[in-house]
Design a protein around this ligand. Structure first.
Ligand SMILES: *Cc1c(COP(=O)(O)O)cnc(C)c1O
Length: 480
């Protein structure tokens, strides 16, 4: 025993190095804080994109002893924060940006320092109640009942997976019933829906891509007809996936019609609003989203439309019990944590996760410190900026897609020859400039450039700068 005690005391000394004293903690924290604050301060001038040669980045080896905070931060700066897309920049106007509200970083910091357990009510009633408040707040904004089921998960992909898994079980799609089951969506649905269907064991169900109307919305009559035809053929229509803001062009499906058809045909109605649902906070957009509140489940990504940093998606499911039936678990070692009341579920009962990051704190801190008025103004500003761009870019000779319902604009320059290649060249010109980042898409074999305004840091000066770069790019390409 003596030998063991000797070893124990030696090991303890080493292990205690995991608990640096206050002086060291302060020094590390101050360096991190300094870096974070200058990063934010320099965002206006630091650009939104820096190309890289495609090679893997190599980080210095992990040392046996303690590292130096300044060297660590320098490596992060050089190898991570200076390359690729800068999603914190207001110049990020491609894919779907978001930005990353600063108070969320403080929330993440405190969540990690205090390490509160937000998976189970018993472990931390406060953390779970706060998360439930965030779900309730979001539900109210979406027109959902405040007692609906919900979960704060990592993003839209997992949020959609949770909803689809719940729909699968509630609709009894298992065994022999898989092959006859039919899912209705459009070709504009986000690919994470296909992924979720496959992960949920629904890869062998029948998938119908309902044609789009001229505004890239699901054609309601075609949907109604297809469901009828499928029923007559002895198949089992069970799920309709509507989009509240497609990623590609920002179109909102006619949700009220979809809700009516689902109700008449007994289908589960799911709405993917990962990108667009945040715009429902705007009073004059309520009509556009009308019918979303009638869905059985829906998804919204606060790391997009609520401007939070990456790592927060929300799923809402009206039938909380169904959500729990698909995700709840029981294990003997968890017996102390079981709830008395069946309907008082913990996050772990409503998602694939058990131990999880306390995501509610980042959202709560952001809403508490910044307020809902600023949030709504930010969302409104993004919509107005997209409309401003849509109007102005036509003035310098560009073709445009539909007037933006939300904040995505598709546009292209009508070059006389090789318009597809030339528009891609134009995009490269913008990326080489680097102040702004834009992306492209292909619609019916035509290359279109895409503007997606959704960073809280994007204001009119950015959009003007982009239009200036595009104008110069066109001149440059035409004079070649
Ligand atoms: C971004 C997006 C998703 C995927 O969400 P992640 O948070 O990236 O996992 C799903 N649907 C739509 C419409 C989206 O825009």
């Amino acid at each position: 025993m003596k030998e063991e005690l000797n070893e124990l005391s030696k090991v303890e000394q080493l292990a205690r190095q995991l608990e640096p004293d206050q002086k060291v903690l302060r020094q590390w924290s101050e360096s991190v804080l300094q870096y974070g604050l200058s990063f934010v301060d320099e965002l206006d001038s630091s650009g939104a994109y820096q190309a890289h040669d495609g090679s893997t980045l190599h980080f210095d080896d992990i040392q046996e002893g303690r590292g130096n905070i300044d060297q660590v931060i320098q490596e992060l700066k050089d190898k991570v924060d200076s390359i690729g897309i800068n999603p914190a920049s207001g110049g990020h106007l491609g894919y779907i940006p978001g930005g990353g509200l600063y108070p969320a970083a403080l929330g993440d910091y405190l969540a990690a320092v205090t390490n509160r357990y937000a998976g189970i009510f018993y472990a931390n009633p406060g953390a779970v109640s706060m998360e439930n408040d965030m779900i309730k707040w979001t539900a109210e904004q979406m027109g959902y009942p405040s007692n609906c089921g919900g979960n704060l998960c990592s993003g839209g992909s997992i949020a959609n997976l949770i909803a689809i898994t719940t729909a699968r079980d509630k609709m009894n799609i298992e065994g022999e019933r898989v092959r006859d089951a039919v899912v209705y969506m459009t070709q504009q649905v986000h690919h994470c829906i296909h992924k979720a269907l496959r992960i949920a064991g629904l890869g062998n169900t029948i998938w119908r891509n309902i044609p789009l109307d001229a505004s890239f919305r699901m054609d309601v009559e075609r949907l109604e007809k297809q469901i009828q035809v499928d029923r007559q053929a002895g198949l089992n229509p069970f799920l309709v996936v509507g989009s509240a803001g497609t990623t590609d062009v920002g179109a909102v499906d006619p949700l009220e019609d979809l809700a009516r058809i689902c109700s008449a045909s007994g289908c589960w109605f799911h709405v993917d609003g990962a990108y667009g649902a945040a715009f429902r906070l705007l009073e004059d957009k309520a009509e556009l989203f009308s019918g979303m509140e009638l869905s059985d489940s829906m998804v919204i990504d606060p790391h997009k439309g609520f401007f939070l940093p990456y790592g927060l998606g929300i799923v809402l499911v009206k039938d909380k019990l169904a959500m729990a039936k698909s995700h709840a678990y029981q294990a003997n070692y968890m017996q102390d944590a079981m709830n008395d009341s069946d309907l008082d579920f913990s996050p772990a009962d409503l998602s694939p996760e058990l131990t999880k990051h306390f995501r509610g704190l980042r959202m709560w801190m952001s809403l508490k410190l910044l307020g809902s008025t600023a949030l709504k103004a930010g969302i409104r500003e993004k919509h107005l900026l997209a409309k401003y761009f849509w109007h102005s870019i036509q003035g310098i000779g560009f073709e445009v897609g539909p007037e933006p319902a939300l904040s995505v604009v598709t546009y292209r320059y009508p070059f006389e020859e090789s318009a597809n290649e030339m528009n891609l060249e134009l995009m490269k010109y913008v990326l080489a400039d680097g102040h702004n980042f834009i992306s492209s898409t292909t619609i019916e074999e035509e290359v279109w450039l895409r503007l997606a305004v959704l960073s809280f840091r994007t204001h009119r000066d950015r959009i003007d700068h982009l239009m200036d770069t595009l104008r110069k790019g066109v001149e440059n390409l035409r004079s070649r």
